[in-house]
Design a protein around this ligand. Structure first.
Ligand code: F6R
Length: 241
């Protein structure tokens, strides 16, 4: 595990973008595993800038996102498809057909989960997976549970996640209660993982993930077993390490 502690969110974002850009330069047809949420926005902005100046090229990149809300239409401004289009895809030279998220509107959720796992396999697995960390230690929407789920699955969001995400909706009642998430298997099979963490509110989750016992009650703790992981945390997030 390589740990970078940065001064602040801006420096964290640049470091995350550096690592992703390096991967894209070395392998132009990289399979990029992406995350939504507040944490990656700065890194996405930096990648957009680098794409504008020509230092990174998305024309052969394929992407797979970690998760999507269940039964939120893709044109809803809080859907993760909408987020990705607005925060990254519409602003870089990526082919829309090369971008993938779970389909939260699929009528048959089980076959959608299987489709997503097959897709990741057909792409040859994920070269580099960007992760944020939930306040409860979740990665993707793999919430604290009795077991680690290997494959893509439908998950009931915990109250802590619903409250954390309510800031983006008009109120917490509007936050979907379920999501489809990539499982721990695809995340752990990614050839490189980048965990980005910012702010004092994440300090305990980061400490429990990196220093606590490996347990499905702290999903991020499984990352201790990944052989090629970069953790990029700002000083506040790293304060309990
Ligand atoms: C998002 C995702 C989540 C977030 C986590 C942190 O696709 O999978 O695990 O990374 O909830 O969210 P933020 O960055 O908003 O604090």
């Amino acid at each position: 595990m390589k740990l970078y502690v940065t001064r602040d969110y801006e420096e964290m974002s640049l470091k995350v973008a550096d690592i992703i850009a390096a991967q894209m330069i070395l392998k132009p047809d990289t399979v990029l595993g992406l995350a939504t949420g507040t944490t990656p926005v700065g890194a996405y902005n930096s990648l957009i800038e680098r794409n504008k100046t020509g230092s990174v090229d998305f024309s052969s990149v394929r992407t797979v996102n970690l998760d999507e809300y269940w039964e939120l239409p893709s044109d809803h401004d809080q859907s993760y498809r909408y987020f990705m289009d607005h925060h990254l895809f519409n602003n870089v030279n990526i082919l829309p057909e090369n971008t993938n998220l779970p389909n939260g509107m699929a009528s048959d959720k089980d076959s959608e989960c299987r489709r997503y796992d097959s897709l990741i396999e057909e792409l040859g697995g994920i070269d580099i997976q960007l992760l944020g960390l939930g306040h409860n230690g979740h990665i993707g929407f793999n919430e604290p549970d009795d077991v680690f789920y290997k494959g893509t699955h439908v998950v009931k969001l915990t109250e802590s996640t619903i409250q954390a995400n309510a800031r983006l909706f008009n109120n917490s009642d509007e936050v979907p209660r379920y999501a489809i998430t990539m499982g721990i298997g695809a995340i752990m099979n990614a050839r490189t993982v980048v965990l980005a963490v910012s702010g004092s509110g994440k300090a305990k989750a980061l400490r429990d993930s990196l220093k606590g016992p490996v347990s499905p009650m702290v999903p991020g703790s499984i990352l201790q077993l990944h052989s090629n992981i970069y953790v990029v945390a700002d000083a506040e997030a790293a304060s309990l390490l």
